[in-house]
Design a protein around this ligand. Structure first.
Ligand code: TRP
Length: 329
């Protein structure tokens, strides 16, 4: 046991991770890792709430994700890394919370309304999808987490978690604490087509891509459309490739590329290859470690197993106390 505050976050198992995940979320996790006691889990049940018609990739995606996370520096010695579906106490808590959660809270949840409208191809008129925020509340409350690092889109869910806590404590006596968000300053990473980087858009640069692949992907990117000859002055502010420089270069280095472009001193192809190399070099250690893990899958499974055992012991304790609080035990 430590007296560190508890940080917990869930991650959708989308398969191999890309630069969007790295700069959006994982960097933040790594930053906090030493400061808190960390719970980091892969939410395969949440994935099932939208993928229930095609669940066959969830398991494999989860393992790929776990390998990437460990290779990137999520340290199983200080972070409990686990699978949501291994913690069978979560659905029991979900059940208790669902007893006290008014339907209207779920129906008015902005993420729910938005996704039902947007993901037209999927039939999301299910109880499982409607109760997504209750499952998320149970994820958080089973551990009694203090802090939850999330992006802005997840704030309504966290607010609902706090509302559920107040209602639970009101009915059964003070028990859960209200978790607070750690808002990650979301770094929006664009994909090779200029849209938000996402596996489903087919525009992602994966952490495990090799140099040739990264180079080819970046070569396809649109730069400043007004620039035809190398000597034409470029406009980095409208150039998609420049957004990667902003992620990887600091201060003088970035001013230097900016000036070379604006003064027509560097061509787009050279500029693209330069940043491809920088991205690739930054991933070298990760890729080496990933290879080692791929050849030592028993270690990866063991990490998840250890995570499960530890987190289940915490969860069981919560469930016992919750049963007592409600008075059914
Ligand atoms: N809903 C979150 C997302 O889509 C994932 C998630 C599930 C989560 N359970 C959680 C995040 C608990 C933080 C805490 O990104």
């Amino acid at each position: 046991m430590t007296d560190k505050k508890i940080m917990l976050t869930g991650f959708r198992p989308t398969g191999r991770l890309h630069l969007g995940h790295l700069h959006g979320n994982i960097m933040n996790m790594l930053k906090y890792q030493e400061q808190y006691e960390n719970y980091f889990f892969l939410v395969d049940w949440h994935a099932l709430s939208t993928e229930y018609q095609n669940p066959q990739n969830i398991k494999n995606n989860l393992i790929e994700c776990a390998i990437d996370l460990i290779a990137m520096g999520i340290d199983p010695e200080i972070t409990h890394l686990y699978r949501q579906s291994d913690i069978v106490e979560i659905p029991e808590l979900t059940l208790y919370l669902s007893m006290i959660t008014p339907l209207s809270w779920l129906e008015r949840c902005p993420t729910y309304k938005e996704q039902v409208k947007e993901l037209k191809a999927k039939d999301l008129s299910t109880l499982g999808f409607l109760s997504y925020p209750i499952l998320m509340a149970a994820d958080i409350l089973i551990i009694n987490a203090d802090f939850v690092p999330v992006g802005e889109d997840q704030l309504p869910h966290l607010e609902m978690t706090r509302e559920i806590v107040r209602r639970f404590n009101g009915f059964y006596g003070q028990y859960f604490k209200e978790p607070k968000e750690l808002l990650s300053k979301a770094t929006r990473v664009i994909g090779t087509d200029g849209k938000k980087m996402s596996k489903s858009y087919g525009n992602a640069i994966f952490l495990s891509d090799d140099f040739e692949t990264i180079k080819t992907k970046i070569r396809q990117m649109i730069t400043d459309p007004a620039r035809i000859h190398v000597s034409d002055p470029g406009h980095p502010d409208v150039c998609n490739v420049f957004s990667f420089y902003k992620l990887y270069y600091q201060n003088e280095d970035i001013t230097d590329v900016e000036n070379r472009c604006k003064n027509g001193k560097i061509g787009c192809i050279k500029c693209k290859d330069e940043i491809s190399k920088v991205i690739c070099d930054s991933l070298k250690d990760f890729q080496k470690k990933r290879k080692i893990l791929e050849n030592d899958m028993n270690y990866v499974y063991k990490v998840l197993e250890d995570g499960k055992n530890y987190v289940r012991s915490v969860s069981l304790k919560t469930i016992r106390e919750v049963r007592e609080k409600i008075g059914i035990d």
